[in-house]
Design a protein around this ligand. Structure first.
Ligand code: TXE
Length: 480
């Protein structure tokens, strides 16, 4: 069985713990590789390597660092097919989704931040007749990047690329559930000419490797994407050490459909925003609020389309949905479908696990599920399920839907479907979310601030926000 290795100081190496974690193929339910269950000694080795590398990396010109990061992007592109297959196998997502979204986005992340750093400027504040202030922006030093399993290489590189571009050395930990593409990235960075110790990739559990990274006194900032509970724990641990924190956490996003919308566009996009990546995207809309005038029409058309979604093994070219990421996660999602029914909801599409033919008979497949008849404030409509499950709720007025949409602890993203321009702006202003898409979903411009409010996180990623996070500002005043 293949044993993955950590990537420390420019070389692959075994974990000092001597322990490994099983890595499952979600499409079959079989273990197919082993992941280092790294401990504090492994993290210490990575920190030591990063300490040596930091003066070299941070004193390179932006142009030199940019050139290396562009080569990383090119290296990912060159190994596209291998990475696409690895991502799909590790995560259970359809091969064509990994090919269309995940790996191309990892390329874009590196290209984007490799070139952004060349345009990154700092402010100056002139005090007439007195002097001038200017802001220096220096890299922080050694930073930790911890990422989840839903968009493995996509989110891993979304953190690493700006951290490196800004001149930091990185200790990065991918999710132990989907480690494979991060494992391959070490070699790609090496081939791109990245100096040893600049990027260190540590595998292992959150409780061991992840916690050690968060607690390490020499790791000065943590960029984390994952569950809200984990985020709260990380914040609690890191706050007394005054670490810089960027937390991208869960969501319980509303899709708000007014009866004046373009019905066909809305229907097509709402299928994607509900079930893309098996509903395992923090931006998926899981609460569909539909204005009463088109509620029945929408319900019929939507469930008809949902029933036609092909759930299949990831390499099936016709698969629209693949496997969920793990058995515990599948069981969690199923438990929410049970809960919804206990709370009075009616399953009007899906709701059942799917058993495909061998060798995929033990894979973690679930039919896309639609539930109606729930109150907006029940647990099913308030807690993050993070799977292919949506609820339908009718509404009459803007005021009513705003109250329901804003009622959760989360505030990541909202979608509004309407052709009324004034209503568009009224809604966008009043929705308590970090991102609002109007008549669209998941259109991403990497320059825009990305992140949520309330329990969906703290801080923003993307564009200058990310480069500001990964640098420390220093004001210098020069008297005339
Ligand atoms: O997240 P975790 P999981 C949500 C979603 C999902 C839930 C759990 O609701 O069901 O989170 O998913 C590392 N110190 N999202 O289990 O546990 C862990 O090893 C340091 C939303 O994947 O938060 C992994 O690398 N690190 C999300 C990463 O944190 C720790 C996408 C995320 O793991 C740690 C994925 C600790 N104490 C899940 N404990 C989104 N918003 O995109 C764990 N980790």
């Amino acid at each position: 069985m293949e044993k993955l290795q950590n990537f420390i100081n420019g070389a692959y190496c075994r974990t000092k713990s001597g322990k490994y974690i099983d890595n499952y193929d979600p499409s079959t339910g079989a273990v197919y590789s082993l992941i280092p269950d790294s401990n504090a000694e492994d993290v210490e080795d990575a920190v030591k390597a990063a300490e040596v590398a930091f003066p070299i990396w941070s004193s390179m010109s932006n142009e030199e660092r940019s050139a290396i990061l562009v080569r990383v992007a090119e290296g990912i592109e060159k190994r596209m097919e291998e990475l696409v297959k690895a991502e799909s196998k590790d995560n259970g997502k359809p091969l064509k989704l990994a090919a269309a979204v995940d790996i191309p986005r990892a390329v874009s992340n590196f290209h984007f931040f490799a070139t952004a750093i060349l345009h990154f400027a700092s402010e100056s504040h002139h005090m007439e007749g007195v002097g001038i202030n200017y802001t220096l922006r220096k890299p922080i030093g050694i930073v930790g990047c911890i990422s989840p399993w839903n968009l493995p290489l996509y989110l891993f590189t979304w953190k690493i690329a700006p951290a490196l571009a800004a001149g930091n050395c990185v200790i990065a930990k991918p999710s132990e559930i989907t480690p494979y593409t991060a494992f391959l990235l070490g070699q790609i960075a090496k081939d791109a000419g990245m100096p040893d110790g600049v990027l260190n990739i540590i595998h292992g559990s959150g409780a061991s490797a992840g916690d050690t990274i968060v607690k390490h006194p020499k790791i000065k900032a943590i960029s984390f994407t994952g569950g809200t509970k984990t985020g709260a724990y990380i914040a609690q641990t890191a706050a007394p050490m005054f670490k810089k924190l960027s937390l991208e956490l869960g969501g319980k996003n509303p899709t708000i459909i007014f009866d004046d919308c373009n019905f066909d566009d809305m229907l097509k996009t709402t299928l994607r925003s509900s079930f893309s990546n098996q509903g395992q995207i923090c931006l998926c809309g899981s609460r569909l609020f539909v204005q009463r005038g088109i509620y029945e029409r929408f319900k019929t058309a939507f469930t008809e389309k949902v029933e036609k979604i092909k759930v299949s093994y990831p390499t099936d070219p016709e698969a629209i949905m693949g496997a969920l990421v793990s058995e515990p996660h599948l069981n969690k999602v199923l438990s929410y479908i049970d809960l919804a029914q206990e709370e009075g909801g009616k399953v009007i599409a899906g709701g059942k696990r799917v058993h495909l033919d061998a060798p995929h008979d033990n894979g973690y497949y679930l039919r896309p599920t639609v539930i109606e008849g729930l109150s907006f404030d029940c647990r099913t409509n308030q807690e993050e399920i993070f799977g292919p499950v949506v609820t339908l709720t009718p509404f009459d007025t803007e005021e009513e839907v705003l109250q329901m949409a804003n009622s959760t602890d989360y505030g990541l993203a909202a979608v509004v479907w309407t052709n009324d321009v004034k209503r568009t702006h009224r809604m966008a202003e009043q929705l308590e979310f970090g991102i609002v898409w109007v008549n669209s979903w998941l259109v991403r411009d990497l320059r825009t601030p990305f992140g949520g409010v309330k329990s969906s996180g703290v801080g923003r990623e993307g564009g200058w926000e990310a480069l500001r996070f990964f640098t420390e500002p220093k004001n210098v005043f020069v008297s005339y």
